[in-house]
Design a protein around this ligand. Sequence first.
Ligand SMILES: *Cc1c(COP(=O)(O)O)cnc(C)c1O
Length: 354
Amino acid sequence: MTASSSSPTVVDLRSDTVTRPTAAMRAAMLAAPLGDDVFADDPSVNALQEKIAGMLGFEAALFVPTGTQSNFCAILSHCQRGDEYIVGQMAHCYRWEGGGAAVFGSVQPQPLDHQPDGTLALEAIEAAIKPDDAHFARTRLLALENTLGGKLLPFDYVEQATQLARRRGLARHLDGARLFNAAVAQAAQRGTDARTEARRIAGCFDSVSVCFSKGLGAPVGSALCGSREFIARAHRIRKMAGGGMRQSGMLAAAASHALDHHIERLAQDHLLARRLADGLAGLPGLQFEAPQTNLLFVELTGEARSRSAELVPHLKQQGVLATGLYRLRFATHLDVDAAGIDRAIGAIRSFFHA
Ligand SMILES: *Cc1c(COP(=O)(O)O)cnc(C)c1O
């Protein structure tokens, strides 16, 4: 891969993780007071943990290098060996994290199919909860993801599913890698603001994981939020997983800057995803649902499907990066603007000679 999103001629839509820190974010990183976080005396890490916990209404938070490690710490803090967690088939913490909770934690997933809107049917959750019987793993946890594949879970559903879990004695974890994208979309629906909606969504869960390295535009890092007692357990798991970092305040300062400056602007990413979808409307051989947030998934059909292996290279030649084969993903983010989206539209249309 020679193309790089640092070149102004490249429009990198592969992921919202490809962003480079802004000049202001780099300045915040350079200015960050530092300590050794394994001794819990990095002031910038401590400040970030207090900030995100406070924002989402939790007692405590833990800064971790990745969202994968955050979910791992969460599942292993909620569950013991021989327990299980109910989760969606397409959920990151089931499908895309190497099965870490099962491999290292002996915690079994109980995956369920998603409904078209990304939810897990309440009856399916209910039916998957095992009775207390020596044949079965102990069902301990419901793990949801919001946004999931760019879709905002309806808030009524989030309330109902988490209430059901609570009633049945399950803990509730949210993989909110893109919680703030969900919050911005939900705020637009409800006529409120994103910070209120982030707190409202988070309030339904016992633990929430948030990524700073996605749409928020920080180079590295996630936070796991929960009760003080839960975070103390997660802290031990983080150490076991090799996530005890030292002068990580430089990274925490980037995340903190993102929380101060990059939440409300996610609305622009959502508009750009819409702009991309509008620009592709009507092309024969492309099928997609209107994007709700910053991710557009495009399915190739018919004759286009037989040429699908040529599309990503064709786009790359024109300075537009995307991933996928029969189903392409386009992610908008901090380092893409309307001109870039229009170039992407032109490049895709040219593949169809349109
Ligand atoms: C990206 C992502 C993660 C974690 O990603 P890392 O690459 O490990 O930081 C977890 N959940 C979801 C939904 C994600 O999109």
